[in-house]
Design a protein around this ligand. Structure first.
Ligand SMILES: C[S@@+](CC[C@H](N)C(=O)[O-])C[C@H]1O[C@@H](n2cnc3c(N)ncnc32)[C@H](O)[C@@H]1O
Length: 234
């Protein structure tokens, strides 16, 4: 009699799915208990813990900000002297702290000067955000999501000269795939350093990755060779 057993691979996949489920539930419960609007809050917290991108007093643009948990986390870090401006296709419905302003709309159709003005910055006079963070995620269809995500990231890189000050910091979400190394290299060309980072809180979406850049050099032309690129997962 032939006994059919499940392969080692299937058992490992089950264990990995179980671990993702446990982490998903953990951060979901933690977000509820700590008053965050989404468990995404812990992705930004972990980026902050590992890379220390935000500081008190900063003016920050949060692209793809709804429902608003990154706004909550960034608001806590920048404090009353700082300001966080968020933009999303969907409205942010929850009440936000006093140092947060939100706009409903497409980040690629909005006038950068209008976003800067919400943080008290004069774009015409060279005012720019000190940090741009993006958790933006184009609608997922299961086909071509990686390419849509990379396209959105490249469009965002193209906007940086009008949004981010020289020396500024940057973090953006991307779905990993074949274009990821090229995107990381392009980002590295614009920053003193750019590295990939996968927060523990993101494991339930295994293709989700963040590129974190420090020391913006100015310019938005992709493909530069400079910068220290690294794809290390923390
Ligand atoms: C994962 S959610 C962001 C969650 C948010 N960081 C939080 O912590 O609450 C991704 C968001 O990106 C937004 N988005 C996608 N494309 C966009 C675009 N072109 N302009 C503005 N927002 C966009 C979506 O509407 C969605 O709300």
């Amino acid at each position: 009699m032939k006994v059919r057993g499940r392969g080692v691979g299937a058992v490992a996949r089950d264990a990995s799915a179980m671990r993702r489920r446990v982490l998903h539930d953990k951060y979901f419960r933690q977000a509820k208990a700590e008053g965050y609007l989404a468990r995404s809050a812990y992705k930004l917290k972990q980026i902050q813990e590992k890379r220390g991108i935000l500081r008190a007093g900063m003016r920050v643009l949060d692209v793809g900000c709804a429902p608003g948990s990154w706004l909550q986390v960034a608001s806590e870090i920048v404090g009353p002297r700082g300001m966080v401006v968020g933009i999303d296709l969907k409205p942010v419905e929850a009440e936000m702290p006093a140092n947060v302003r939100t706009v409903t709309g497409d980040a690629f159709a909005a006038e950068p000067e209008a976003l800067l003005a919400l943080a008290g910055l004069d774009g015409a006079a060279g005012g720019r955000f000190e940090a741009v963070i993006s958790d933006m995620m184009p609608d997922t269809t299961g086909a071509g999501d990686h390419y849509r995500s990379v396209e959105a990231c490249r469009s965002l890189l193209g906007l940086l000269p009008r949004l981010l000050r020289v020396g500024g910091v940057f973090a953006m979400k991307v779905f990993e795939g074949e274009e990821y190394p090229a995107l990381l290299k392009e980002t590295a060309g614009l920053f003193g350093q750019a590295k990939g980072f996968k927060p523990d809180a993101t494991r339930s979406m295994s293709v989700e990755m963040y590129i974190v850049g420090n020391g913006y050099r100015g310019g938005g032309a992709a493909g530069g060779a400079g910068g220290a690129a690294g794809g290390g997962k923390a």
